[in-house]
Write a protein that binds this ligand. Structure first.
Ligand code: NDP
Length: 332
């Protein structure tokens, strides 16, 4: 790794005090399955990748308990263990994993500048953005109180633990509909807690929800609290909140699933990188290439649809291969 005198950063209004500058061939941002898989492939291709983990080392999987759907783990594995395994695998081939967050970027030139923690400048020939997405929560205290004890933002990850039980899904979009239908196949009963009197989900998904007998939609309801001794045993809901007909209601549930959307962690790149209207990075179909040559995106930051660890890992692999080919084609 080459250290040299810091160049002046172009974002004049921010003026971070750059203490260190470094040139790398391949910079990876994010430490979920996409970032680590990209690191494994890039390291094995001798790109000497440097990976910055972001604030939540290991990504979203570190907040799930058991992962049972990642191929190769027949007995399941916990999210944190799987992420530690991926990290070690990347380091085994020479990837350098560092704690730090991308706080600014400048992708206007032929080499790509990324500022880490406001004080370190990385000049990278290729950048792989694998910064993931963050599930939205309602913001009620109970979500933190029961984190990992009945509150989840991923039905595909955690639904299996609620077989034969009663659960609730909050939200009325396609994700909520999809998760409610998935859970209905496993659980005794699924409540959909919908804040308006309509679903935002597509017509096809709405029909599927309506045709699933063990889903009950609680229209115009909002969850305000959860209760239970050693985990979620129920939810407190308010019907028609803020109207004269307002009414408090309690339901018995073992699992409380949030499906009110995800926020892709793409904010810092949006000055240069094209995103869709909800902030997901646009990639050129069939590749991980973004609109900026040499910058690639993998995992949930570019995927509003599948959002699985295994699909994130798959696109991480693609990004490293795309980066390697991009470097190979650069003029000497
Ligand atoms: P959406 O933004 O589409 O829907 C979010 C839902 O959560 C809405 O019903 C919204 O209510 C509700 N909501 C938001 N905030 C709150 C809150 N504070 N309290 C209660 N309810 C709340 O997000 P999705 O994740 O469902 O979908 C994101 C995108 O991905 C969409 O474009 C969707 O079509 C797409 N998608 C496609 C799939 C597919 O094609 N198979 C599968 C999953 C997603 P309100 O309607 O009142 O705003």
């Amino acid at each position: 790794m080459e250290f040299f005198k810091p160049v002046e950063f172009q974002n004049e209004d921010k003026k971070p005090a750059i203490e260190k500058s470094e040139k790398v061939k391949c910079l990876i941002l994010g430490s979920g399955p996409a970032g680590y898989t990209a690191a494994i492939y890039a390291a094995r291709a001798n790109l000497k990748p440097v990976l910055y983990t972001g604030m939540q080392m290991g990504g979203q999987l570190t907040t799930t308990t058991e992962v049972e759907n990642f191929p190769g783990y027949p007995d399941g594995v916990t999210g944190p263990v799987m992420m530690e395994d991926m990290k070690r695998q990347a380091e085994r081939f020479g990837a350098e994993v560092r704690f730090g967050l991308a706080t600014d970027v400048d992708f206007s030139g032929s080499s790509h500048k990324v500022i880490i923690d406001d004080n370190t400048e990385i000049i990278a020939s290729t950048v792989i953005i694998a910064t993931g997405a963050t599930a939205r929560y309602l913001g009620i205290d109970a979500e933190t109180r029961y984190a990992g004890m009945g509150v989840s933002a991923c039905a595909t990850c955690d639904g299996f633990f609620y077989r034969g039980k009663d659960v609730a899904v909050v939200g009325g979009g396609d994700t909520a509909a999809e998760e409610a239908i998935y859970l209905a196949g496993l659980c005794n009963k699924v409540y959909m807690i919908v804040r308006r009197n309509v679903l935002r989900a597509s017509a096809a998904m709405q029909t599927r929800v309506m045709n699933t007998p063990n889903i009950e939609i609680l229209w115009e309801h909002q969850a305000v609290d959860l209760f239970g001794e050693n985990g979620v045993e129920g939810a407190v809901l308010v019907r028609k909140k803020g109207t004269p007909e307002e009414e408090i209601r309690r339901i018995r549930i073992d699992g409380f699933f949030l499906a009110i959307g995800h926020t892709p962690n793409s904010e810092v790149f949006r000055k240069f990188i094209d995103t869709n209207e909800t902030g997901y990075i646009k990639t050129i179909p069939g590749s991980t290439r973004t609109n900026v040559p040499g910058v690639f995106a993998a995992g949930d930051v570019q995927d509003p649809v599948y959002r699985q660890a295994v699909t994130a890992a798959g696109t991480g692999c693609m990004a490293a291969i795309d980066a390697e080919r991009y470097l190979a084609e650069l003029p000497e």
